[in-house]
Write a new protein. Structure first.
Length: 148
């Protein structure tokens, strides 16, 4: 009798890489430009958190909207971010969230989250290449400012 297998489904992940145009991410401006296209008019209204997943040549595999929050914050669960990277066999991650206030400086929570995901990624050989903060007018790169 199979009492466990019958009650617990097999998990399957399907990765479709056909007909996907790869985008090369070479610097923070490439990342910010890519992320800016993902936002609609809400960039100045509420916070959202996105990730780009990259292969070893820094070409995009895909992007993922991790969360959408309120006016002053959103929850970005590191487990969901890393899970998606594992699902798509990514070797690199670029993270991004917006600050509707227009403030470019990262908060202490932004710094802690980035460090946490960086440490988990290091253990799994998934490199956190950058974390971008977008505003309606500009962007801040953790990498460009020595925070990665």
């Amino acid at each position: 009798m199979q009492k466990y297998k019958a009650n617990c489904p097999e998990l399957k992940v399907q990765l479709k890489r056909d007909a996907i145009k790869k985008v090369k991410i070479t610097n923070s401006k490439d990342s910010a430009d890519f992320f800016r296209e993902l936002w609609d008019d809400s960039i100045g209204i509420y916070e959202s958190f996105f990730c780009i997943y990259l292969n070893n040549a820094n070409n995009t595999i895909g992007w993922y909207k991790v969360s959408q929050g309120g006016i002053t914050g959103t929850v970005a669960d590191p487990r969901l971010i890393i899970k998606k990277a594992l699902d798509v066999l990514a070797t690199g991650i670029v993270m991004c969230h917006n600050h509707p206030s227009g403030q470019l400086r990262p908060s202490e929570l932004d710094l802690q989250l980035t460090e946490k995901i960086k440490q988990v990624g290091k253990f799994l050989d998934i490199h956190v290449l950058d974390h971008i903060i977008l505003t309606e007018e500009s962007y801040y790169s953790f990498s460009d400012n020595g925070n990665i």
